[in-house]
Design a binder for this molecule. Structure first.
Ligand code: MF3
Ligand code: CO
Ligand code: CO
Length: 275
């Protein structure tokens, strides 16, 4: 059983209820989401062989602060960076470091900015130099799976409809969906109720209602879905060391369907090889 609460009056902590936001929240989320997208756009020329993920992290910090925002990951549950950078078989939560990126790498950069108290959370994949065809295909499948999940979002649909749309497509493409991480409610809080699973069956989960705000952020592997966490306590990698990719948008449920808050103004939020 799920209860829906008015976000304007509910306590500012995750109580297990689903927050329904009003008009002002959607305006604030559009601004925070656009800033995250603009930062991901501005990073594009920086993702080159020889550049370190620490340099990307510094860019994200400076971009946020110079636009009046703070990176939500900084000091979040002991995390000490402004972004996550997940390369090749790293599934998510890769910690920026001083190692140079190499030709052929695929890297997910995940940015969450807090602007006027609103969290805009988005990630996308970048190719470092020239990619192999298998890597390019994984990026296309992962992006398409996210967009198919988002496409079903409207009042009366369920979280299971989102997961089913993603899983059905990914598995038909002979890839696998990571089960250990999910999308999440977002808004005034970084990680809130409900969980948005990227697998499942139509009609399962909770019903979507106007005013809900959450992320859709599927992680897709070329090999098997299983992950392990490295000894740093954060870095998640594929157990079989197969390549992994992820895309993430923050979306809001409207009366007629949904809005995506983190669209790229420059149209750079999709794989560059996609037609
Ligand atoms: N931005 C990630 C997400 O999509 C969360 C990163 S939390 C961190 O939910 F601590 F690992 F940075
Ligand atoms: Co997220
Ligand atoms: Co994110």
């Amino acid at each position: 059983m799920v209860t829906y609460v008015d976000a304007a009056t509910a306590p500012l902590k995750n109580t297990g209820h689903v927050r329904l936001y009003g008009r002002d929240a959607f305006v604030g989320m559009h601004r925070a989401g656009r800033l995250a997208a603009e930062c991901l756009d501005a990073l594009t020329p920086l993702v080159q062989p020889g550049v370190t993920t620490d340099e990307i992290d510094a860019f994200v910090y400076d971009f946020g602060v110079s636009h009046g925002a703070l990176p939500a990951t900084l000091h979040y549950r002991g995390y000490r960076k402004s972004t996550c950078t997940s390369i090749n078989h790293v599934v998510c939560h890769g910690i920026p470091n001083d190692k140079p990126m190499r030709d052929g790498d695929i890297v997910n950069i995940d940015v969450t900015f807090i602007l006027d108290g609103w969290h805009g959370d988005s990630s996308r994949m970048y190719g470092v130099g020239q990619l192999r065809r298998a890597a390019e295909r994984l990026l296309e499948v992962t992006y398409e799976s996210m967009m198919r999940g988002i496409a079903v979002i409207r009042p009366g649909a369920t979280t299971g409809d989102i997961g089913a749309a993603i899983q059905t497509y990914v598995e038909a493409e002979r890839c696998s969906v990571v089960r250990d991480f999910c999308g999440h409610g977002v808004g005034r809080l970084f990680h809130d109720t409900p969980n948005i699973l990227h697998y499942g069956r139509p009609g399962e989960g909770i019903e979507l209602r106007p005013g809900m705000i959450f992320t859709v952020e599927p992680m897709v592997n070329l090999g098997r879905p299983h992950v392990k966490i490295l000894s740093d306590g954060w870095t998640a990698v594929t157990r079989d060391r197969s390549l992994s990719a992820q895309y993430e948008h923050t979306v809001g449920v409207t009366e007629s369907g949904h809005e995506i808050f983190t669209l790229s103004p420059a149209g750079l939020d999709r794989p560059r090889s996609a037609g």
